[in-house]
Design a protein around this ligand. Sequence first.
Ligand code: FA5
Length: 350
Amino acid sequence: MRADEIRTELEAWAEVAVRRLGETSDAKSLEAWRVEHLGKRSGLSQFMRQLSALPADERPLVGAWVNRWRDELQARYEARRAELAAAERQVQLERETIDITLPGRPYRRGAMHPLSKVIAEIEEVFLGMGFEIAEGPEVETEHYNFEMLNIPKDHPARDMQDTFYITEDLLLRTHTSPMQVRTMERMRPRTPVKVIVPGRVYRRDEDDATHSHAFTQMEGLVVDEGIRMSDLKGTLEAFAKAVFGPNQRVRLRPSFFPFTEPSAEVDLVCIHCGGNGCRVCKETGWIEILGAGMVHPRVLDGAGYDSRRYSGFAFGLGVERIAMLKYGIDDIRQLYLNDLRLLRQFARVQ
Ligand code: FA5
């Protein structure tokens, strides 16, 4: 073949190549095009092979044409590749577009459980009176739950607070009172001791409108020189008025606890009936909220505070009973059911 024939053929071939390049539509067809037109076995390589058949003086000329087309096609190939990549990216962007006009899913706002609210509120009141807050173990030793509180083995008071034993010496605490001794042991010989201890306690009680087998208590303990029963009454009255308003009243009834002497049961006026008598207060007009008394000398001495020098008062209040009175809940079980119709109401109460 002569040089000018090769040129005509080369140009016709290149024209087709350029047209086909324009027809590629994605990375795959572009790659197929590259192999066919610029690869080792491509049309261009065949033109190169024909050079050897030409007279020596024509070879450089034809070689230059072929090379020019190779550069040209290579450049067009690069341009097409960029073009297709941009188009592909555009498609991807469109596919992934976020429709910001779509309304978001609202988060449901949670609220504090009424029990947690009441604990926080009672804590505030006692913090204001200079008390510290402590916490203790729910799995307690027989030693702290009973022994150190002057309730020896075989004492009938153990039956009054029968509970769930883990071993002979380990049990779920029946009250927060073991923290009286633990706190004194931790603090001695410092005075005053002034703590409150919120926490969960367990008993083998039958569940009813005012009793649960697992409930919450808040222990209070004050130890110093010269602490008297009137300090106990004044503190409880201040607490009752802070939580229930200035008209709330406190009633102390004589009672018995092995770890206090004298002991009292403390009632508040039933707010469900205003003191007239109803199902919740068992027609008495009063609701018992706590047990209290002057710390027994044996408990003080056992925990390292000399009872000839120091005295103290202690109380253990039922947090559920306070929550029921405060929020007008007439069955203690409502506090454990996780019924959102009840709990939602507290989303608004601050
Ligand atoms: C005690 O647990 C004593 N540790 C209280 C105490 C502390 C006395 C310090 C003296 C000094 P009592 O068993 O009465 O006492 O319980 C205290 C309060 O817990 C009760 O007044 C009541 O409000 C609440 N309570 C008792 N049993 C239950 C129950 N099963 N469900 C819900 N609340 C209860």
